[in-house]
Write a protein that binds this ligand. Structure first.
Ligand SMILES: Cc1cc2nc3c(=O)[nH]c(=O)nc-3n(C[C@H](O)[C@H](O)[C@H](O)COP(=O)(O)OP(=O)(O)OC[C@H]3O[C@@H](n4cnc5c(N)ncnc54)[C@H](O)[C@@H]3O)c2cc1C
Length: 397
């Protein structure tokens, strides 16, 4: 039986281990279990087959540049002379071309559709505590420009069945009565779903353990290679050898890949959330996307989260109070809720943003026995099952 070491136990690493062990491989997952849980636990929990188009666009670029230095902007780029960042930024701009966007969209669509089907299969087959809601996603706008943006977003998406149905303020309130008077309209996207990512991570890890996957809590400091093969993953107290290695350490895949000469065009894009570990007395009955502020409120039967914002500031996980406050202010202005008396835990984590808009799932170009799976950006949860299956197929070939 082939032995495989999966580096990184986020949602991509867990689904990779899940499909590899089902295919009969002997799998070890190494994860450093950081004090601040990774993006796989701290994300907004949306599974979004509607997000076929990547964010690569001149609009995003100019917005990022315009908001530079604005403390509470939803997208912020910290001015930096880091060569890796500049290289990534130039590549991101290059991939704003129409042909690149179309190419990324094809890859994303395949991963999104396959993942949705695999989630259906996973939740029907496995006995898990986490649940998944398929009621859709509600977009809310406090300006007419916001509603026009949603219309434009529909026009750019060549799949009418994934379009958001444009709604008047009255229609938005019929779907979610908690929406405030400030909301002038919105949209309803019925193909999207949501789940609690922390619960899912916990469930899939338990399933993997039952399937015989071995877990190691350690940080991989170095990939040791010889004759174009990775021979071991070096951790502080030991070295782990196996016949094959999979690198899915999220944004931290980049420095590990560099050790074996592999360049990955991925940058950490910090996001924030505020989470209440019990449901609010009154909370929305489906996820609410606050369009102008790019903030999402996600309700679960066992909690409530507001999250988002994207900050390019390198490998920094400090909690910026202005951004956390912006999340709270957005929720309180788009919905008739007050969070003053609610205890909410702050969190920050990195999305692994690939410059080309599609994740990097392929054999290494430098090492014969290394497969890479990272760069899922804003949609790692939505694409993880298909990624895991794809890695299994690459290795089984
Ligand atoms: C605020 C926010 C909201 C988001 N909302 C959504 C959403 O609604 N829907 C969606 O689909 N996606 C969403 N995302 C994106 C999604 O969370 C990520 O794309 C996804 O979590 C990436 O998963 P991953 O397993 O590749 O990486 P990670 O979650 O970063 O996991 C990597 C793991 O590897 C470990 N690791 C790293 N380096 C080492 C090392 N050297 N040794 C051992 N272990 C190591 C890390 O500790 C971590 O546990 C959101 C992200 C953020 C930040």
């Amino acid at each position: 039986m082939k032995t495989i070491t999966v580096i990184g136990g986020g949602i991509v690493g867990q689904f990779t281990a899940y499909y590899l062990s089902q295919a009969g491989f002997q799998v070890t997952v190494i994860d450093d279990l950081p004090a601040m849980p990774p993006a796989s636990a701290g994300n907004c929990g949306l599974v979004r087959p509607s997000r076929v188009n990547p964010i690569n666009s001149w609009h995003t670029l100019f917005q990022g540049l315009r908001w530079m230095g604005k403390k509470d902007a939803p997208l912020s780029i910290k001015p930096q002379l880091d060569y890796q960042f500049v290289k990534w930024f130039v590549a991101f701009a290059w991939h704003c071309r129409r042909s690149s966007v179309a190419q990324a969209a094809v890859a994303r669509q395949q991963l999104l559709d396959k993942s949705w089907a695999l989630y259906e299969d996973f939740f029907s087959k496995e006995s898990v505590q986490s649940t998944w809601g398929k009621k859709g996603l509600l977009y809310t706008c406090i300006t007419q420009d916001g509603v026009d943006y949603l219309r434009h977003d529909n026009e750019a998406l060549p799949f009418p069945e994934r379009h958001s149905r444009i709604l008047s303020a009255q229609e938005v309130r019929e779907i979610e009565p908690l929406v405030s008077e400030q909301v002038v309209g919105g949209g309803y996207c019925e193909v999207d779903g949501w789940l609690n990512p922390t619960d899912l991570l916990h469930d899939i890890r338990q399933i993997n353990e039952r399937q015989g996957v071995r877990f190691m809590n350690a940080q991989v400091d170095q990939l040791i290679s010889k004759n174009r093969k990775v021979v071991a993953a070096r951790c502080p107290n030991n070295e782990v050898s196996s016949e094959h290695f999979v690198l899915c350490a999220g944004a931290k895949s980049v420095p590990l890949a560099r050790q074996v000469g592999e360049y990955l065009p991925v940058q950490p894009a910090k996001g924030y959330n505020l989470t209440c570990s019990t449901p609010l007395a009154q909370q929305p009955n489906l996820p609410v996307y606050m369009l102008e502020k790019k903030v999402v409120a996600t309700p679960w039967s066992n909690g409530f989260r507001i999250g988002s914002t994207m900050e390019f500031s390198g490998y920094d996980l400090s909690l910026n109070p202005d951004r956390l406050n912006a999340l709270k202010q957005a929720a309180e202005s788009y919905m008739d809720i007050s969070l003053d008396q609610v205890r909410m835990e702050p969190w920050a984590g990195w999305r692994p943003m690939a410059s080309g808009g599609a994740p990097i799932i392929r054999p290494s170009r430098k090492m014969k026995n290394l497969t890479i799976a990272t760069g899922h950006g804003m949609l790692g949860l939505s694409m993880a099952p298909a990624t895991g299956l794809m890695v299994q197929e690459i290795i089984a070939k």
